[in-house]
Design a protein around this ligand. Sequence first.
Ligand code: CP
Ligand code: NVA
Length: 313
Amino acid sequence: MDLSQYKAKGKIDNKHLLTLKDYSVGDIYEVLARAVKLKDMNRRGKKQNYLKGKTVALIFAKSSTRTRVSFEQGVRQLGGTPLFLSSNDIQLGRGETIHDTVKVLERYGIDAIMIRTFKQSDLEELKEYGSIPIINGLTDDFHPCQVLADLQTVYERFGRLEGIKFAYFGDGNNMANSLMLGGAKVGMKVYICSPKGFEPKKEIVEEAARFGEVVVTSSVEEAAKDTDVLYTDVFFSMGQEKDKKKEDALMPYQVNASVMDMAKSDAAFMHCLPAHRGEEVTADVIDSPRSIIFEQAENRLHAQKAVMSLLIK
Ligand code: CP
Ligand code: NVA
């Protein structure tokens, strides 16, 4: 499917965004088409009122710069009201159940919940007990909002998604999982290059491979050779203890100049951020003209506004 030819329907077959497992290629294209449109409207200073009169609760049990600010600004730009709730400050952080939390928020007229937390099962519970849309702002297993923004960024950079060779280097974490699912669904050839013992979970690899080409390899050369995109993420995700053994295992998977040299001459470097220069990526790569990290970060705003505008009625 070509995004520029895609005829938007203005709706998707999902009430929530928990993981891209639940999103068809049509749903993903619908979000991307809306994101491109909203970005253009922003550029032209056009008003967007998709969330007029709506309040979106933003619950954070982990730190954030991009997700917090892009959701807060996104809700405001769509005419709604964001309500930031740190789980340290609400009773959820002191053991109140998900069930009681969502029931109470609904009574106060909250129209949707974006949540960043640890367990994916907490989102399943919110969805089960509540009746409002739930959006995953990162769990230990998935980060779908980041990947929707990443797909928009790849599309803008290359003018297509289908057939792009996309190589992720490093820990088989939440980013690797969501990139495999989203990437395979839109027709990219997704390579996950991780050291032995740090590959993504087998069931998620198998799930993603049902939709497209997914290769898990420990060979940097195999992944980097003639690739269009090189992507990496931190060695230690939020909630993980630093560990010398893991650092030593991941160091050979660092994206540096010699890895970039194996890729296509117009290859792009991507990173969800925050980055640690000198660990998963060298400063010369992330700060080079081939790096499109700030386009990615910007697109969080547009892609998430697209998601909210499609999910929140
Ligand atoms: N990429 C991302 O989710 O960044 P934050 O942790 O700053 O939200
Ligand atoms: N894998 C990282 C992504 C941060 C956006 C983490 O979970 O901390």
